[in-house]
Design a protein around this ligand. Sequence first.
Ligand SMILES: [Zn+2]
Length: 398
Amino acid sequence: MATHLTNLGSLLSWDSKERCIKTRENIEILLDDGVIKEIGDSTEKGENIIDCSQKLVTPGFVDSHTHPVFLCGREDEYRQRVSGMSYQEIAESGGGIQSSIDGVRNASVEELRERVSNRMDSFLELGTTTVEAKSGYGLSTESELKSLEVLDLVSRSHEIDIVPTFMGAHTFPPEYSDRGTYVDLICEEMIPAVSEQGIAKYCDVFCEKGYFDLDQTTRILDTGKQNNLLPRVHADEFQDSGAAELAAELECVSADHLMAVSDIGIRSLAEKNVTATILPGTTFFLGSHQYAPVKKMVERGVSIALATDFNPGSSHLQSMPFVLVLACLYLNMSIEEALIASTWQGAVSLGMERQVGSIEVDKKADLIIWDVEKPIEIVYSCPGAKIKHVFKNGNQIF
Ligand SMILES: [Zn+2]
């Protein structure tokens, strides 16, 4: 059934022909067959007419960095953390990532499928219409494949678009005292199995001091590339370890976090056109004050995407509207810059900019009708303005 959106106040979207942010006023949009058919002063009429009451319309969010495949939340750990316990103490008491690993390893596919599907419902309600989703709480061949199988099952039954990423290199599982042996397992067993099953598009590594070093990261991402998995990397989150430079050298599509990135790292990302995926929710959720130096990156020509980093430990948040609030307050981005970073640039980093990330004819009919008239009202209303309607593939979600 065709849907006719009338009486729009303004539409804010990236324009891929003119390569700029564009705001258009007093227009109408026709959605049909899951795509945007027409945008103009007066479009053909559809059977389903929605009066937008002069409100703002933007593309659906593209959340290009999430870790949604886990069983239970870690609210006990959160309680311990706010009472002053250190990460080390929490880990020693059996909490931290270990509890998520135990959860995934012991869960059935069906249990995980239900949890992940519910999380995808929440993403859609918050206006996220495309989501990148990583494995990485299994850390054994069987449990990593199970995590990706769950994502595959959910994406077949759920309206949201899910882009799967293999992240066996999230951390080292405790049973591997010899870290090199675990890297061997990732390269010799996990990546070939993931590739053979065709259940991931990307390979990601947590490259950080104390986790995967530069050589291990290189080996894993190169093996991924040889197996048709494109490289993304968690880089320079806590300390500058040269991970941004490595991301450029390995031609990663995205380097993520970057709170501690160096000037040389920034220059490398700009030179090789690696998207910097910035996750201010993590800094906020950890009660830290070290936000990524986005202003400097933008001045030096780095393309910025914004995402939630949704995960049970360091960023238990799914709301892109709240990420926009943080981006404006702490990254000094304008609301227009933040909106493009959370729609268009996320799509670019996922290689999906021809299908999603902007409101243009022939693209997927993924859009948000807000309960506000001006973009700035999205972030002025903290923790993010109300959403009136979300459309995914032309279907009204709520
Ligand atoms: Zn992450």
